[in-house]
Write a protein that binds this ligand. Structure first.
Ligand SMILES: NC(=O)c1ccc[n+]([C@@H]2O[C@H](COP(=O)([O-])OP(=O)(O)OC[C@H]3O[C@@H](n4cnc5c(N)ncnc54)[C@H](OP(=O)(O)O)[C@@H]3O)[C@@H](O)[C@H]2O)c1
Length: 221
């Protein structure tokens, strides 16, 4: 990510890993746009990091994403990097018949359908960029099913295979496709899970940034 002065959009950039990435990208002189559903949270972040550009936008809402695309086009002339980071993790016991089914479908919407929607709508802008990169934030749980959050693991596996599938398709359009696989990170998302007793799953602070990047050469990180 050494190309200077890129315009980078991070979904769900108002907290956790997204915010840590946003700070890093700012430090390297990029223009950074973050999105999220909660405007108050985004405004608080903006007070701390005034250089950040904030947009209230729900990745599951078609009209929000279309509006975001036009606003970003008008204000910044497009983006170079799209980071599909927004995600949630619900703890679900599939053996419990009183589970909230809509909540489970919502998790699939946010974690898997939304990256597909975001790429679809931002594709024209990425195609115009000279240094286009799509970064999908999946998880180690794409490879290792997490019994406390089976729907989450399924969405991250789907995201992983989708990322692998589109990488060769976007190459001729000069859009590099990267998968970012964080380990357990100390963010609101990880707080609900029962992992405190397991030393191998000790959450690391988001700003450590020791994430596995698939599809990005070592020397360019
Ligand atoms: N923490 C971990 O251990 C870990 C490990 C591997 C992968 N990950 C992945 O890393 C990514 C970031 O998670 P995190 O751990 O940093 O958690 P986090 O702090 O809870 O961040 C998730 C962000 O996504 C936003 N978001 C959720 N639903 C959204 C929607 N419909 N539209 C727009 N934004 C939405 C949230 O903001 P609003 O609520 O304001 O919308 C929040 O800022 C996720 O994809 C997660 O699966 C996390």
């Amino acid at each position: 990510m050494n190309n200077p002065k890129q315009t980078i959009l991070i979904t769900g950039g108002g907290s956790g890993i997204g915010l840590a990435l946003a700070q890093k990208f700012l430090q390297h002189g990029n223009t950074v746009i973050i999105t999220g559903r909660n405007l108050t949270k985004l405004e608080e972040v903006k007070r701390e990091f005034p250089e950040l550009h904030i947009f209230q936008s729900d990745v599951t809402k078609e009209e929000d994403v279309k509006k975001l695309v036009s606003q970003v086009q008008a204000e910044f002339g497009g983006i170079d990097v799209l980071v599909n980071n927004a995600g949630i993790m619900n703890l679900v016991d599939a053996g419990n018949e009183s589970n909230d089914l809509q909540k489970q479908f919502q998790e699939i919407e946010i974690n898997y359908h939304a990256p597909i929607r975001m790429l679809h709508h931002f594709l024209p802008q990425l195609k115009k960029s000279k240094h286009a990169v799509l970064i999908n934030v999946s998880s180690g749980l794409a490879y290792v099913p997490f019994a406390q959050a089976p729907v989450y693991s399924g969405t991250k596996s789907a995201l992983h295979f989708w990322t692998k599938g589109i990488r060769p398709q976007l190459k001729p359009h000069n859009i590099r496709v990267v998968e970012l696989l964080p380990p357990v990170v100390d963010t609101p998302l990880a707080h609900g899970a029962d992992i405190a007793e397991d030393d191998n799953l000790k959450p690391m602070p988001p700003e450590n940034g020791q994430y596995i990047l698939e599809g990005f050469p070592e020397q360019e990180r």
